[in-house]
Design a protein around this ligand. Sequence first.
Ligand code: MG
Length: 166
Amino acid sequence: MIRIGQGFDIHRLVPDQPLKLGGVLIDSALGTLAHSDGDVLLHALIDALLGAAALGDIGDHFPPTDPQYRNADSAVLLTHVLGLLADQGWQIVNLDSTIFLEYPKLQAYKDPIRQRLTGLLGLPLESVSVKAKTMEKLGAVGTSEAIAASVSVLIQDQTADQDALD
Ligand code: MG
């Protein structure tokens, strides 16, 4: 059995805050304003994973009103969600992501982010795609008021590999 999931996240950009994407610190004049570490890519990934397994959304599991998630490391939240999926017998097949940001250009960061995701997820490099695009100066992302990310994932039942061998 296979399932597809998608996730989206957006955060406001402000001066003098760190900008983290996929757990990688980005050299940027603007960073995310958030209750947690504001990592839009990991938040979209978490929602995609929860969605694929029909386990609710990130707000159900990590309420922004809960003080224990203040400045939370999103990689830790992701690890928790991976455990939830594993408990139900799901494993990730692949993921594809897009980051929407006007500045800075993310060309040099795409590979480090991809490497970091493969480490967090225990996936081979070819199963992890990280894309980046600007919004052509349009809308909140285009005027650098915001950063957004979108992620799609495919998950499969862990017995699928075994079935293939039988
Ligand atoms: Mg978020």
